[in-house]
Write a protein that binds this ligand. Structure first.
Ligand code: UDX
Length: 488
């Protein structure tokens, strides 16, 4: 396979540049020692010792039982590998052992249950590593106060690795700044683990569709210092259809950051187009449809709304911005993307005020709290900013969400048991998350129960005509309201 950017620098005994298509095999008990070199066309099988139904089965230790770690572990187990998931949280590990799934991710519980015999859960590093061919690192890399990514959990894993006497490949799934792999390599070498391989194998899974994204990826990115490690990681994915991008470690790290930045740029772009649509009388939904049909552009990530949130986009944007700044580059476009998103979350306030005047004492129902449907994740959710701003303006805030745990709500926000209950007696409603349940709601009945039937559809989910026919003053994002559509 073509491997244009592969850095062939030696990273340990037996590592180094070698002709494309050659395979190194490591002799048992001789970490990193080359026992033979042969040419073959298909990817090599340099690690992994067991076979299941004719396919190479590897042992994988996954560090981190969060969203990425659990999906990675469950999917690799589904491919037939033996997986040990390790986390520092004893309660989480106990729950997983008892068959409970501590996160909300469609399809994950079925996958974990189906592959139970190939999955173990532990807090013990040595138990996880025992017999492992791969160590996958899928720990959190949250932002620090400076906006840089906090890599302390990654370093802890590297420092906790026992002195392995076999060739193991350490693969990083967590999103990290460019240059991290290089530092990890140096730290492994300094710890006497020169024979241990390294790969950057970033995740591109979105919450809510993570299992599907892992098993049916747009691409698998594998960045290594050594072709044999890339072969090993590629072989691990056998059974998954999709293009494989093999490259150097820095490029793999940048692919992940750049892909997220491109997606965020599209969202902020369409949100700004939406704002101009509002000022000029165009409808952004139609505009996005017309723009997205251009094959050079495509339809994805052109849904205007109240801004992106979640555990990845905001943190990764900040990390890339800081990475550029730390390298002496001012990433102007990315700065604008971030700023547009922050302002977009707040624009709903202006819309409410235009219809209701002061918000003091007004009751506002937030429909949906999660940063998007099919997740209970509220990290960086627009609902949090919105609720905070509404409370600061003196509004009463009720909220409904089918999965979000009420204990995580901002102090002062009331949680309703149903959307209808949240809407009862409200002066306005804001559709924050496009939960499918909201499309099924009896909006005509809800309009009669509200004090003022005003709806700001923050996701352009509903049909404006149908909502107006149901008695609502309806306003979306980037969809010019009819001239006589206001309350006054
Ligand atoms: C994202 C990336 O999609 C994934 O590849 C990466 O690995 C992690 O970050 P995720 O955060 O789970 O995944 O959600 P995604 O579906 O990408 O949505 C992110 C945010 O963008 C949500 O708040 C969503 O509502 C918003 N969004 C998305 C828009 O506002 N408009 C769109 O057109 C698409």
């Amino acid at each position: 396979m073509d491997n244009p950017g592969l850095d062939a620098r030696s990273s340990g005994a037996g590592h180094g540049a070698r002709p494309e298509g050659t395979v190194l095999e490591y002799g048992p008990g001789e970490p990193g020692a080359v026992s033979g070199v042969r040419r073959r066309r298909s990817p090599a099988l340099p690690v992994g010792s067991r076979c299941r139904r004719g396919a190479r089965v590897s042992r994988i230790a996954v560090f981190g039982a969060g969203h990425v770690g659990l999906v990675t572990g469950a999917c690799f187990a589904d491919l037939g590998h033996e997986v040990a998931v390790r986390d520092v949280l004893p309660d989480r590990i106990e729950a997983l052992r008892a068959g409970e799934v501590p996160i909300f991710e469609p399809g994950l519980d079925e996958l974990l249950a189906k592959n139970r015999e190939r999955l173990t859960f532990t807090t013990d590093v040595r138990e996880a590593i025992d017999g492992a061919d791969f160590v996958y690192i899928a720990v959190g890399t949250p932002p620090t106060y400076s906006g840089d990514a906090d890599l302390s959990a990654v370093w802890t894993v590297i420092d906790e690795l026992p002195l392995l006497d076999r060739r193991v490949v350490v693969a990083l799934k967590s999103t990290v700044p460019v240059g991290t792999g290089e530092k990890v390599r140096r730290r492994l070498d300094a710890r006497g683990l020169r024979h241990v391989g390294y790969a950057s194998n970033p995740e591109f899974t979105a919450e809510g569709t993570a299992v599907r994204d892992f098993l049916h990826p747009d691409r698998i990115v594998i960045g290594t210092f050594d072709a044999a490690d890339a072969d090993a990681v590629e072989e691990l994915h056998r059974g998954i259809e999709g293009p494989v991008v093999r490259c150097d470690v820095a490029s793999a790290e940048m692919i992940k950051l750049a892909a997220n930045a491109a997606l965020m740029t599209r969202i902020s772009f369409i949100n700004e187009i939406a704002n101009v649509c509002e000022a000029t009388g165009a409808d952004v939904v139609k505009v996005a449809e017309g723009v997205g049909l251009d094959r050079r552009l495509g339809p994805h990530f052109l849904r205007a709304g109240i801004g992106y949130g979640g555990s990845c986009f905001p943190k990764d944007a900040s990390a890339l911005k800081q990475l550029a700044a730390n390298s002496g580059y001012h990433f102007q476009l990315l700065n604008a993307v971030i700023e547009v998103n922050e302002l977009q979350k707040r624009r709903v306030l202006g819309k409410l005020q235009r219809h209701l005047g002061t918000l003091r004492g007004k009751r506002v129902a937030l429909l949906g709290l999660a940063f998007k449907p099919n997740t209970d994740d509220m990290r960086e959710a627009p609902s949090v900013v919105l609720a905070g701003r509404l409370l600061a303006e003196g509004a009463e805030v009720t909220a409904w969400d089918p999965v979000v745990d009420g204990r995580r709500l901002l102090h002062g926000v009331e949680l309703a048991a149903s959307a209808r209950e949240a809407l009862r007696g409200a002066d306005a409603a804001v559709l924050v998350t496009e939960w499918p349940e909201l499309a099924e709601l009896d909006w005509a009945a809800a309009a009669k129960e509200m004090r003022t039937a005003l709806l700001i559809d923050g996701r352009n989910m509903l049909d404006p005509d149908a909502l107006r026919a149901a008695g609502f003053v309806y306003e979306g994002i980037g969809r010019a309201a009819p001239r006589n559509g206001g309350l006054d």
